[in-house]
Design a protein around this ligand. Structure first.
Ligand code: SF4
Length: 341
């Protein structure tokens, strides 16, 4: 994470961590969906006790313990094999506790993510800047870094979270030039699947297009699988990562003479298993259709009850509307086999 490494996708389980079976099942499902780093809440002794067992049952994906303020839970998670811990040094209490956690993480060679949240900003920074401000959030992040650097610890990831997008962006713009530590991006409490997707995408895209950010978590009040799907689509649409096929489809209009929306949805649903970066155009008419379809690996441009199939810029054949989805899918499967040699 960091430097020129690809921007990684994170999510967090919403099972009870003490329920090992449920948590492991969800982690494996998230991993299969493309999640690359997974965080679990370690909020009590039972969760800490389960952490080692969960770690044993998942082999590939790094497991992060989300601690916040309890130093004993941080130590338990480090000893249980956590690949990273998330703490807020400002909330952990006595200096010796911060020192102990920093030393233990350093011995195990694991990073610590320090988080700043607009909902729990240090009161002196609120007083200094007359409320919760971007400058206050950036100062708090630098303060957390200093709290760990003091104990010769610098394997740090930083996050600044606020549900206010302009404030989050401004805080990162203040912080980013002042540090080389990787930045974990997220718009906290973004909302439900629909509104949270839009809010997260707006905020994360604003930062990512400015070259800010090394790892992202889309926070949704929904199944965490959706967080991973949204994150993949976001990184793909910004050209920052490649995850399977890309569909270019038109919004339809009065010129559309086939049921393009159903065809596009059917294709999207049935290509979930495809891994290759195949570009697929699903266009409603001959105005923009052939142009887009020609630029793609495969595509259709609709007509009246039929469509023209294009492949690598060449017209292949006409297909009637009722066979369009099936034939396009067969072509996509063939391209996938060719991609894989
Ligand atoms: Fe309308 Fe054709 Fe554009 Fe689709 S491609 S929105 S059918 S003009």
């Amino acid at each position: 994470m960091g430097g020129n490494s690809p921007i990684t996708i994170q999510s967090m389980t919403n099972t009870q961590t003490a329920d090992v079976a449920a948590t492991v099942t969800q982690i494996k499902a998230l991993e299969a969906e493309g999640c690359e780093i997974i965080r679990v809440a370690v909020n009590n002794k039972e969760a800490a006790a389960s952490f080692a067992e969960i770690k044993k049952q998942i082999t590939n994906i790094p497991l992060v313990a989300d601690i916040h303020f309890d130093h004993n839970l941080a130590m338990a998670a480090i000893n249980a094999g956590a690949d990273k811990i998330r703490i807020n040094p400002g909330n952990i209490g006595d200096e010796w506790k911060i020192e102990e956690v920093a030393k233990a993480a350093k011995n195990r060679k694991i990073p610590i993510r320090v988080g700043v949240n607009s909902g729990s900003l240090d009161t002196d920074l609120i007083d200094k800047y007359g409320g919760v401000t971007a400058q206050g959030l950036a100062d708090a992040a630098l303060r957390n870094i200093a709290a760990l650097n003091k104990y010769d610890f610098d394997d740090i990831v930083i996050s600044i979270k606020a549900s206010n997008i302009p404030m989050t962006l401004a805080a990162h713009e203040i912080l980013a030039p002042q540090t080389n530590y990787p930045l974990h991006l997220g718009i906290t409490e973004a909302g439900t699947l629909f509104s949270g997707t839009i809010k997260s995408t707006a905020g994360l895209a604003a930062m990512l297009t400015r070259g800010i950010g090394d790892t992202i978590r889309v926070s949704l009040t929904s199944d965490p699988i959706e967080e991973v799907r949204v994150a993949k689509e976001l990184l793909k649409s910004l050209g920052l990562r490649q995850f399977g096929p890309e569909i270019i489809s038109c919004p339809t209009c009065g010129r559309t003479q086939i049921d393009l929306i159903s065809i596009a949805n059917e294709i999207e649903y049935k290509i979930k298993h495809i891994k290759s970066p195949i570009k697929i155009a699903i266009m409603g008419c001959i105005v923009n259709g052939p142009g887009e379809a020609k630029d793609c690996d495969i595509g259709i441009a609709g007509g009246k009850g039929e469509g023209i199939l294009f492949k690598k810029g060449e017209i292949i054949r006409k297909i009637s509307e009722n066979k369009m989805a099936a034939e396009l899918l067969a072509e996509i499967e063939m391209l996938e086999r060719n991609f894989n040699g």
